[in-house]
Write a protein that binds this ligand. Sequence first.
Ligand code: KG4
Ligand code: ZN
Length: 361
Amino acid sequence: MRVLGIETSCDETAASVVTLDGASAPVIASNIVLSQIEEHAAFGGVVPEIAARAHVEALDGIVEAALADSGTTLADIDAIAATAGPGLVGGLIVGLMTAKAIAAAAGKPLIAINHLEGHALTARLTDGLDFPYLLLLVSGGHTQIVAVRGVGDYQRWATTIDDALGEAFDKTAKMLGLPYPGGPNVEKAAATGDATRFAFPRPMKGSAQPDFSFSGLKTAVRQAATAIQPLSEQDVADICASFQAAVADALGDRVARALARFRQEFPDKAMPSLVVAGGVAANRTIKATLHKLCAEAGFAFVAPPLKLCTDNAAMIAWAGIERLRAGLSQENGFDFVPRSRWPLDSISAPMVGSGRRGAKA
Ligand code: KG4
Ligand code: ZN
């Protein structure tokens, strides 16, 4: 099986060819990702209209490059898989319409993929994991814990009731005058800071509700920063370190709860796994916290290479292969309309109304 994947749901324009030959491990034959970070940096965040236009300009060339890099032509491709949601609708339209056009012209099937399913199945592409396993997705748009039980069989156990974790990093950076994207810069500043100087809240810690919340933490950071203006470099470092410690602590509490639930629901799973995905998974403090938690709870900690943890099209092509293989691709196709909101499972309604706003709510 050979599938061309296309991803345009946020600020990466990406295309990839993934192949699966019988029982051998899948191969990422090409994986091209064009980041739009420079286009958005001046605005301190992703501007949807700029993103959509940048996708239009780049996508043709990116698809051509992905085919060329893999040494294949459209004739060798079994299907086209494209992200159809959730995400910024302008970008989704560009990617899905382009995929439909290519598929129609080449006479190939089209598979509309849920971006979150791409993240959820990546660990099977990179590490050959068996179902079920637990996924922690922490990116600029999503903060979720998902029980991955099979292809098309997902259960969201927790989500954020306000900001996504990456968003909290980005907003913290902005408040402190650090450049976009905030996450890596907050982590860098935190390295020389005192994590005990500010006692920031650990939102939801100990709560019976399994979800995440980060907006209270963000407000606490703003208040602390305002109280000691003008900020010295050491102040910024201390705030970043204290913020990061609070995040790791709060996240660890939520994940520990989910690990315990997984044990209860899947008592027969001999060596269960926690998989991380999303840009925030690059953070070493967070990674170390999760690693320790998993070791204590008897879970394997699986962190796919960062290039496949953050947005890419190999995960979309792979989800296409998984769907083809499971016979689940027929329900998709040319009539599929992009969905800015598209929960992975039908029982988990979006958290809109409890504070979560924006395209990826
Ligand atoms: O998965 P991703 O590349 O894109 C989407 O959001 O879809 O994630 C980007 C997010 C940004 O919010 C960025 O600030 C955050 O991941 N991030 C980090 C780090 N590197 C990236 N957050 C904390 N620590 C990092 N080292
Ligand atoms: Zn993503």
